[in-house]
Ligand binder design. Structure first.
Ligand SMILES: [Zn+2]
Length: 75
């Protein structure tokens, strides 16, 4: 349980979907460096990139079992 700087209890907070960092609301408008991506709040652009990268890897693994060309559709 956390309290904001204005001594009011924080009803809701965001949690970075990638690293799990808690993102509390701040008077300045948010945690510095926080990024909204696909409607979710990430703690930093690094975590957004990581999430996109992981999704791409898993999609590639699921799509092509064993191929000589990494991405023939892109040609
Ligand atoms: Zn994060």
């Amino acid at each position: 349980m956390k309290f904001a700087q204005n001594r009011l209890y924080i009803e809701a907070y965001n949690k970075c979907p990638n690293c799990g960092l808690l993102l509390y609301e701040e008077p300045s408008g948010g945690v510095s460096g926080a990024v909204t991506f696909e409607g979710r709040l990430f703690c930093s652009p690094w975590c957004v990139n990581w999430t996109v990268d992981r999704r791409r890897r898993r999609a590639a693994e699921a799509a092509v079992p064993a191929s000589t060309s990494p991405d023939p559709a892109r040609a």
